[in-house]
Design a protein around this ligand. Structure first.
Ligand code: ADP
Ligand code: MG
Length: 248
């Protein structure tokens, strides 16, 4: 048995109600450090709401969310970011008029320089970090390009890169491959497999071929609860899951 402190994320008995409607209903979920977890389930299951609760966009009605054993439920959203939680929303929020380099540069966290707590940014340190992240997201050859001119897929990767600049220990992505070409989907799978090596990653996705390629474990949500959880093969063969989701 692992103790609570070993988890990247421990969600326990979590609920949220909107005008009496329980969008998340007594949900318990544990995510390991270095784990890539995919959450699937029908529309309205509560998947996005769960990410909203973890990042602090929405406040829980009851229950607990611990990130590396620190209780989050009453913590402000920006403090959760500082603790190492990164969240990508469905529509990319990049600076279209800035270059790829500049988009990554402005995402470098202030006050985390090797020289100490001061808000001091060593140019060389920032540049090296930008180059490393650009390599990770496949945009090393596009650093001078204006972000607005990138393809849809490249914009999505740039936004992931902007989150990686902050070295999050938990990264959450809501439907990251929506609208991507087959080739872009493949490259995104490679990217996610690379970046989960030193952090926990939660991905919400509908494309089962993609889920199969990336998931360490799959959680199936339905009506604010967990319907099934485990390796992809097990979840796919579960009659409950076929009934409410995969059979459609
Ligand atoms: P999913 O991402 O799985 O499709 P959501 O988390 O977006 O589902 O939504 C779950 C349910 O909660 C839906 O019925 C949705 O209408 C409702 N919901 C989500 N956010 C709010 C909100 N801020 N106010 C009222 N209802 C909400
Ligand atoms: Mg959603």
């Amino acid at each position: 048995m692992s103790s609570n402190t070993d988890f990247a994320l421990a969600v326990e008995d979590l609920s949220v109600s909107f005008d009496g409607f329980k969008a998340i209903d007594d949900l318990t979920l544990y995510i390991d450090r270095n784990e890539l977890r995919v959450i699937i389930g029908p529309n309205g299951a509560g998947k996005t709401t769960l990410l909203d609760l973890i990042c602090g966009k929405t406040r829980a009605t009851s229950g607990s969310i611990k990130f590396r054993n620190t209780e989050l439920t009453k913590m402000a959203e920006h403090k959760r970011v500082r603790l190492g939680i990164g969240r990508k929303f469905q529509t990319p929020s990049i600076y279209e008029n800035l270059s790829v380099f500049q988009n990554l540069e402005v995402s470098f966290p202030k006050g985390r320089s090797v020289f100490g707590a001061l808000a001091f940014r060593c140019d060389e340190e920032v540049k090296a970090k930008v180059q490393a992240v650009a390599g990770d997201i496949g945009l090393a050859g596009k650093l001078r390009a204006e972000a607005g001119l990138l393809s849809h897929g490249q914009k999505q990767w740039l936004e992931i890169g902007m989150l990686l600049m902050q070295e999050p220990e938990l990264l959450m992505l809501d439907e990251p491959i929506a609208g991507m070409s087959a080739r872009e989907r493949e490259l995104t799978a490679d990217l996610l497999r690379r970046i989960c090596r030193n952090r926990a990653v939660i991905v919400i996705e509908h494309d089962m071929d993609f889920v199969k390629q990336i998931a360490h474990k799959v959680t199936v949500m339905h009506q604010g609860k967990i319907l099934a959880e485990g390796p992809m093969e097990k979840v796919q063969a579960d009659p409950k899951v076929i009934d409410v989701y995969l059979g459609h």
